[in-house]
Design a protein around this ligand. Structure first.
Ligand SMILES: [Zn+2]
Length: 115
């Protein structure tokens, strides 16, 4: 099914296709601060309803993942990167999707702090 997502103010809006089977919570310095609950999708499954120009971008460490956020309200709905096989990937923060209740999801803990 398609999930509708947005930042808080609506400047960033998007749709992402797929079933949310499992999400990941990472304890690294970046993910823990933002409170991400991440759901990984092939990049083409995410369709932006707003322009790329509305995305502010943060990168760190190896700068391999573009962590996007809203320049107005600060919400961070997704990041773009690559899977190990090189396929473009979207890491969706399910907290920014409509109708998703984090308490009902299967959350896998990832020890990103140790990477
Ligand atoms: Zn916003």
């Amino acid at each position: 099914m398609a999930h509708q997502g947005s930042c808080h103010c609506g400047r960033i809006a998007f749709e992402v296709e797929g079933d949310i089977d499992q999400v990941m919570e990472c304890n690294c310095s970046h993910c823990s601060r933002k409170g991400y609950l991440l759901w990984f999708r092939p990049r083409e499954q995410l369709r932006l309803a707003t322009g790329e120009g509305d995305l502010a971008t943060y990168t760190f460490n190896k700068h391999a993942i573009k962590h996007h956020f809203c320049p107005d309200c600060g919400c961070a709905p997704f990041g773009f990167g690559s899977m190990p096989d090189g396929e473009p990937m979207a890491a969706v923060n399910v907290r920014c999707l409509e109708g998703v209740e984090p308490g009902k999801l299967s959350i896998q803990q990832m020890d990103g702090k140790s990477f």
